[in-house]
Ligand binder design. Structure first.
Ligand code: SF4
Length: 706
């Protein structure tokens, strides 16, 4: 009997920032089974339901399989030349600021690297930004202000080795399930470990909490400033750490002293005992992790919220220690990789800054590129505003669906409709965004892509190409290099394999003034294709000092600021921008459900995943519903100053009165009226540019069909 050999391939999950390793059984041409990689340090064999269902979303249905200009199938040559000449024409006529790339945390690091190189080094604009702007840019800005670098100090083992775990702005049980499983197990093994969850609503995560603090939405800075004040009042400051390794403590403390426990309780609308208990636990715990995600970051003062958290850790020396630290978690599988290569409008490659002339000169010289921008580019929300105003006339959107995920989605769609040149490269045939594309380019999907991703604990892992590309799909890095060459930039884009791009990325990280930067992976430069293929998960930095990577940063108390000391940042509590009023009396908070990912373009294909929550909904407190004459299961209309959504009413006593919760996933294919980001204002944090997607003012009423 002729039997094909069954092989096992190791890769990574395409969904969240936990970055779990996946073993895929390959039987001939078929992928037959996935299991968690027992050796991968992110998950040690575990997978959540999204990861374990990845094969159900991996077929060719709904895939874009050939290049399209308008409704016509074209050859790759035609498509590439059309895109290149279109971009060149706009640049010649209106300059490099008139074009933009909007990229994605779904791209692999190698894809990101060449996109950033083309825009910044060759086109000469910094108009490249990423949908990761929507999930973690406030955390980046917070780390940079405090540490002088975008450095996550902790690792996943710290979550299991702590006395106090504070989860704030995170429903990890649903959004980062494998990490949550690790937290559950840690608490089971150590019943003395305390868990505090700070979240306006009850969630699957609050079930693990010893203390749930149902904070008034947007009042977080006051809570953390109050903690700093409490620590000082109760003689719990680690004065030796503060004196030796930090600056700015006295000013931050003076600013916090107005925040007595009583005032915090009133401002944050909390019982006094809850605030007191949290503060006592933080003060007394030898170690503490504050684990934060989009509930903190997606705010008009997201950066200040992050720094208010970091201040409390610095004040108690709970940084750079086992089981301690301010731990920002990324939403997307490669949000961290995008940060590394400078895929943000305000960064250069390898964590270097556009605003630093030496960094600009180094990167341009290394690339031998004709130019480098001196000014930062347009961040995500601003970028689409410029498309709308006509300032940007050509945009290339890669592997993302901004019409659903950006705030003020109606305006984003209108902007793309009116834009002279919209290019979308995606593995999906039809998305809410590609509907407005002049050119659609078929990109490879998860099981076909080959490169690296970096997870939330700085761990670089291989995502391995298991299947050949479907149809005529090409890898994103190939498409970008082909367009670059057709634009006349052949010399910088002669890559034949992602290992060559990774090598250049690793070498670039070896800036000689490297002592002033955290990101250094020169220890991974020069890998052959075979070595690159075998690369095992490793945490950066990887260099002469850390040949096997580095699990925890700042253990020596040295930071990447000019003085080498961490900075306390003075933060003021401010209300969210969109306030409720007579016409829009409810606060609308957005988030995720357990079994869907982003805008459902992939997870929406798996029956097993859609079975968990089959429809978009609005969760509302029963008392509020009663006042509005709404009953469970009926359709409600939510309106804001910016748009409208129709959602099924779900009575939920875990909601605060006056607040509602809506999931963000549903796209036009599944429920055309359930795109909830249309309700949100295009309001951003002034430092990070991250939009305020946790706070809209809305009106709710029973929906009457016309
Ligand atoms: Fe994938 Fe995240 Fe689930 Fe891990 S926790 S399997 S990375 S979705």
């Amino acid at each position: 009997m002729n039997k094909t050999a069954v092989k096992l391939k190791q890769t990574t999950c395409p969904y969240c920032g936990v970055g779990c390793g996946i073993d895929v059984k390959v039987d001939g041409q078929a992928l037959t089974q996935v299991t968690g990689s027992s050796e991968h340090p992110a998950n040690y064999g575990r997978l959540c339901v999204k990861g374990s269902s990845v094969l159900e979303t991996n077929d060719v249905s709904g895939r874009l399989l050939q290049p399209m200009i308008g409704d016509s199938q074209v050859s790759w040559d035609e498509a590439i030349n059309h895109v290149a000449s279109g971009f060149n024409k706009v640049i010649e006529e209106f300059g490099p600021q008139a074009v933009a790339f909007y990229v994605s945390g779904q791209l692999l690091t190698e894809d990101y690297y060449v996109a950033n190189k083309l825009m910044k080094g060759y086109i000469g604009s910094a108009n490249i930004d990423t949908n990761s702007r929507l999930c973690m840019s406030s955390a980046v800005a917070g780390y940079k202000r405090a540490f002088g670098s975008d450095t996550v100090p902790c690792n996943y083992e710290d979550l299991e080795d702590t006395d106090l775990l504070v989860l704030t702005g995170s429903n990890a049980a649903w959004t980062h399930p494998v990490l949550f499983q690790r937290m559950e197990r840690a608490k089971l093994l150590n019943p003395d470990m305390k868990v505090v969850v700070i979240d306006p609503r009850q969630s699957a995560t609050t079930e693990l909490a010893d203390l749930h603090i149902a904070i008034k939405p947007g009042s977080d800075v006051a809570l953390f400033n109050g903690l700093l004040n409490y620590l000082h009042q109760h003689d719990c400051i680690d004065q030796n750490y503060v004196n030796s390794f930090t600056e700015g403590f006295e000013t931050a403390l003076a600013n916090s002293q107005q925040w007595t426990i009583e005032r915090v309780a009133e401002y944050c609308d909390l019982p006094l005992e809850q605030v007191t208990t949290y503060y006592q636990w933080f003060a007394k715990s030898p170690t503490a992790i504050t684990f934060y995600c989009m509930g903190v970051n997606q705010s008009s003062q997201g950066t200040d919220k992050c720094n208010a958290i970091i201040n409390c850790h610095l004040a108690t020396g709970k940084v750079g220690k086992k089981g301690s630290g301010p731990f920002s978690i990324t939403g997307q599988p490669n949000a961290m990789g995008g940060r590394e290569v400078g895929g943000l409008a305000n960064m250069l490659a390898a964590h270097m800054d556009i605003g630093n002339p030496q960094h600009r000169e180094y990167v341009q010289t290394f690339w031998r590129s004709p130019r480098i921008p001196e000014q930062v580019g347009s961040k995500a929300v601003d970028m689409f505003a410029k498309v709308k105003s006509g300032e940007i006339k050509a945009i290339w959107i890669m592997a993302t669906n901004p019409v659903v995920s950006l705030p003020n989605g109606n305006e984003v769609a209108q902007a793309l409709k009116d834009c002279p040149l919209v290019v979308v490269s995606d593995c999906n045939e039809n998305t809410d965004t590609s509907e407005w594309a002049n050119v659609r380019l078929p990109a490879t999907g998860w099981s076909e892509k080959n490169g690296t991703v970096t997870n939330s604990e700085r761990r670089i892992s291989r995502q391995r190409g298991i299947m050949p590309p479907s149809g005529q799909a090409k890898h994103d890095w190939q498409i970008i290099c082909d367009v670059a060459k057709a634009m006349g930039f052949a010399s910088g884009f002669k890559f034949g394999h992602p290992a060559e791009i990774f090598d250049e990325h690793a070498r670039l990280s070896g800036y000689e003034n490297n002592g002033s930067r955290d990101f250094d992976i020169t220890g991974l430069a020069g890998l052959s294709e075979a070595e690159y293929d075998k690369l095992r998960p490793i945490q950066w930095p990887v260099n002469r000092e850390n040949p096997n990577g580095c699990a925890r940063m700042f253990e020596n108390g040295r930071f990447y600021t000019k003085s080498g000391k961490a900075q306390f940042i003075t933060t003021e509590a401010k209300a969210p921008v969109q306030q409720t009023c007579k016409d829009y009396p409810f606060v609308c908070n957005s988030g995720r459900v357990r079994d869907q990912w982003h805008t459902m373009t992939r997870t929406g294909k798996a029956a097993k995943l859609t079975a968990h929550v089959s429809e978009a909904f609005v969760a509302i407190h029963p008392a509020d519903a009663e006042k509005l004459n709404l009953v469970d299961g009926q359709i409600a209309q939510l309106t804001s100053k910016f748009g409208r959504a129709l959602l099924r009413v779900q009575l939920d006593a875990g909601q605060r009165k006056g607040d509602v919760f809506v999931p963000m996933h549903w796209n036009k294919q599944f429920a055309s009226q359930a795109n909830i980001n249309r309700l949100f204002a295009p309001v951003v944090d002034p430092i990070s540019g991250q939009p305020e997607l946790k706070h809209a003012a809305v009106a709710i009423e029973a929906y009457q069909a016309d």
